[in-house]
Design a protein around this ligand. Structure first.
Ligand code: SF4
Length: 239
């Protein structure tokens, strides 16, 4: 486990909702725009962070300990528990047990994932209320992106939306994202009950306003509800 903290959702249509975040450590991908590089590998300690609070425990932490910390951070106005990463699907047994435990205690579960394993993801669906599944465009990788990855992500989005989970399909777009890649993707999302978010990358790869508009218009030719939402937690200076 990487860290547990209380903050506000900084991405997508639930932007601004207060959440308890549980960040797993370890990821199977190496996205060019990764902003969680520290947690792409296992880490020695799990930090618990909240205003005025910082403590740590040595990994591996138990489910019971994790739930204690989640309960301690759950406060007034908290919307849900966001399980993020790293990549949560790299630890499927622990994450499924965590989602099940949160759900059993009435805490809605928001799972953020790169969706690389449709099989692992589908097993968790009964305990998930909100699924934010990334679609990793092959052009975003110098290595590691693949059609198989995108197929798993699309299958995960389809499975969640068909089971009534509030589903978000997030596509990070860069200055280098080809329009043709968006044109090829969006017909696969048509007809699914998912909010499609184009999230402009920040930093060096950030698309210009013209490029962002071009990619949005390519998506909007097929999808009526597509939205552009940048990451807001960086602007707010919060985790
Ligand atoms: S899937 Fe997420 S955590 Fe993993 S490398 Fe990509 S952005 Fe980073």
């Amino acid at each position: 486990m990487g860290e547990i903290f209380s903050s506000f959702q900084g991405e997508g249509p639930l932007l601004g909702r207060r959440q308890v975040f549980v960040r797993t450590a370890g990821c199977n991908l190496a996205c060019a725009y990764c902003d969680s590089a520290k947690f792409r590998r296992e880490v020695t300690f799990c930090d618990v962070i909240a205003p005025g609070l910082r403590r740590r425990a040595e990994n591996p932490v138990s489910l019971a300990w994790t739930m204690e910390e989640v309960r301690a951070l759950w406060g007034r106005g908290t919307h849900s528990v966001s399980i993020t990463g790293g990549e949560p699907l790299c630890q499927p047994e622990f994450v499924e047990a965590l989602a099940r435990a949160c759900s059993a205690e009435g805490m809605p579960v928001y799972l953020e994932t790169n969706g690389f394993s449709h099989r692992r993801f589908s097993k968790m669906i009964p305990w998930i209320d909100i699924a934010a599944v990334d679609i990793k465009l092959p052009s975003a990788f110098s290595r590691g992106g693949s059609e198989e990855l995108v197929e798993n992500e699309l299958a995960s989005i389809e499975a969640a939306s068909r089971r009534g989970v509030f589903t978000i399909a997030k596509v990070v777009v860069l200055a280098s994202t080809p329009r043709a890649e968006i044109e090829g993707l969006v017909p696969r999302l048509a007809g699914l009950d998912a909010v499609v978010v184009l999230q402009p990358a920040s930093g060096d790869g950030r698309p210009s306003p013209e490029k962002l508009t071009e990619l949005f218009e390519a998506a909007a030719e097929v999808l009526s509800g597509v939205v552009v939402i940048p990451q807001a937690h960086k602007m707010m200076g919060i985790l």
